[in-house]
Design a protein around this ligand. Structure first.
Ligand code: PHE
Length: 524
């Protein structure tokens, strides 16, 4: 087809030397009129192909034309709404037609629009509860104009009438083009298919000297280059990370996907018989299956507070199991890393010499003898955790936790709540509710709910609390030091943000790489 059209253009030029108006071409095998928009687009393709071989040149002319909307087409067939209303009514003196009967006669839409217009033109009048004709004949200009447009593409009445019909959405304007075509430098009536590649054969045989080569089209769009793209979850992670950083938080190292039962649970005062530690909730490692021993003094203190209590606590009073504590597992929460960081933060309070820096206590003549070595800290992490979950649309066996921890003297629950309000406001959640909850390592504990403006409901977004003395005291923190923390998931805000209802379209083998590459950045 394309070649036939090109041939037709060349043959026409051969006899006429210039093709004045491309709308006069009858495209082979196409039924729509040559003046139509689609036909001219097809012709443009053929012209560009011939132009690239310099067989022709052409000029473009812009035109604007009008086409009827479906409503416009209906009016050409049946008359304008107002004319149909008028026609349905009896002459004056006859029994008036009620509004309901009028609707029945011409349809709801025509009755609604037509009644108003017919009144305005003085075609109809109200009589009692119904309508009658006010004049005995009418001129349906809308109908005649649309008919004229449909057959000739223009209106003698001019732009004002066209504008009115456009406003009534009976016609729409279409910009179009047509072309004047001339012979080009390489004009010929036979289309030799140009070579697209210079081959070894052409070089050895010398046939390249007589070949015509297709010109490079430097205006063609290139193939989009594919580069790396952040996964939506990582985009949300970056945004949350920047919130923590602007609030003065420091990022914790969280590379330890594998932890011991000690750091994941015992250090956090999670009882050794706690259900979360069971096989159906936690993934344990079989090889290697046990961890290196934790720092011995600290280990002793933790074992003691579990078994016998201390620091004003009665403990759990159940036998301590070394085996349970030494088990290796995939961490079930990033609070395992928080615990390790807090233990490190308390090093100076324990009088330990870290990084070659003498602790305040052991330094002779240290400026402040009452300095117990404690320094306040604001820490955060965003990383992966693992749970032996039954997977469904909203649960996976591995996901990400966002966690913030603040350590300072005499912190209160109000400080925790205040902090979370500021933090979540920055994430776009202004309306928060807190519900008392239970965690083995925090008291009090609070579940966090946020009013979600997109979902228009309260959604549980996280968990928080004040870390227990049974956890902090064995680390060596002075008694006036309080630590509070909160944790949220990363997947849920991501799913809400990107309107994803099934986690498996976001994570795993069903994820579309294209979606990942095209998903927009997030700003809370
Ligand atoms: N570790 C808790 C969880 O997995 C979150 C949390 C962190 C709670 C810190 C209190 C303090 O849900």
């Amino acid at each position: 087809m394309a070649e036939q059209l090109q041939q037709l253009i060349l043959d026409t030029l051969d006899t006429q030397s210039t093709l004045q108006d491309s709308r006069a071409l009858k495209i082979p095998g196409q039924s729509s009129p040559a003046s139509s928009h689609d036909a001219q687009i097809t012709i443009l393709g053929a012209l560009n192909s011939l132009l690239s071989r310099e067989m022709i040149t052409y000029e473009t002319h812009e035109v604007s034309s009008h086409v009827l909307t479906p409503e416009g087409v209906q009016i050409v067939r049946e008359g304008s709404h107002e004319a149909r209303v008028w026609a349905a009514l009896p002459e004056r003196g006859g029994a008036p037609l009620s509004a309901q009967d009028l609707k029945r006669a011409v349809g709801d839409e025509a009755a609604k629009v037509g009644q108003g217009r017919a009144f305005k033109s003085g075609w109809i009048a109200k009589e009692g509860n119904g309508f009658v004709k006010a004049v005995s004949n009418i001129t349906d200009t809308t109908h005649t104009e649309l008919r004229e447009l449909e057959s000739s593409g223009t209106l003698v009445a001019g732009e004002k009438a066209l504008a009115e019909l456009r406003k009534r959405k009976l016609i729409i304007q279409r910009k179009g083009q047509w072309f004047t075509v001339h012979k080009g430098a390489n004009f010929s009536t036979s289309i030799a298919k140009p070579e697209t590649d210079l081959t070894v054969d052409m070089l050895t045989s010398g046939s390249w000297k007589k070949s015509t080569f297709k010109k490079y089209n430097f205006d063609a769009d290139g193939i989009p280059t594919s580069g790396g793209a952040l996964h939506p979850i990582l985009k949300v992670r970056e945004e949350i990370r920047s919130i923590f950083l602007e609030m003065g938080f420091e990022e914790m190292p969280t590379g330890t996907f594998v932890e011991s039962g000690f750091w994941c649970f015992d250090a956090l005062f999670v009882p050794q018989l706690h259900p979360a530690r069971e096989l159906q909730d936690t993934f344990y490692l079989s090889d290697p299956s046990t961890s290196l021993p934790p720092p011995s003094d600290y280990y002793e203190r933790v074992a003691h507070v579990h078994e016998h209590g201390g620091y004003d606590s009665i403990g759990y009073r159940t036998p301590w199991s070394h085996e349970e504590s030494h088990k290796l597992l995939l961490r079930t929460h990033t609070t395992a890393s928080s615990a390790a960081m807090l233990y490190k933060l308390a090093a100076k309070c324990r009088g330990e010499d870290i990084d070659g820096d003498l602790s305040a206590k052991s330094q002779p003549g240290a400026a402040n003898l009452s300095d117990d070595g404690f320094r306040p800290a604001k820490l955060f992490s965003i990383d992966r955790v693992f749970r032996n979950e039954t997977m469904d649309a909203t649960h996976l066996a591995e996901f990400h936790q966002v966690e913030g921890v603040v350590a300072d003297r005499n912190l209160t629950l109000a400080d925790l709540i205040g902090f979370m309000r500021t933090f979540f406001r920055k994430m776009g959640m202004k309306n928060l509710r807190f519900k008392p909850a239970y965690n083995p390592y925090t008291e009090p504990s609070l579940e966090i709910f946020a009013w979600h403006p997109l979902l228009e409901k309260w959604v549980e977004i996280g968990n928080s609390g004040m870390f227990r003395p049974e956890m902090l005291a064995p680390m060596g923190f002075p008694p006036d030091v309080r630590v509070h923390g909160w944790g949220i998931g990363l997947e849920r805000p991501t799913m809400i943000r990107y309107g994803v209802s099934n986690i498996r379209t976001l994570v795993g083998h069903k994820t579309s790489i294209e979606n990942v590459e095209n998903s927009p950045a997030v700003m809370f």
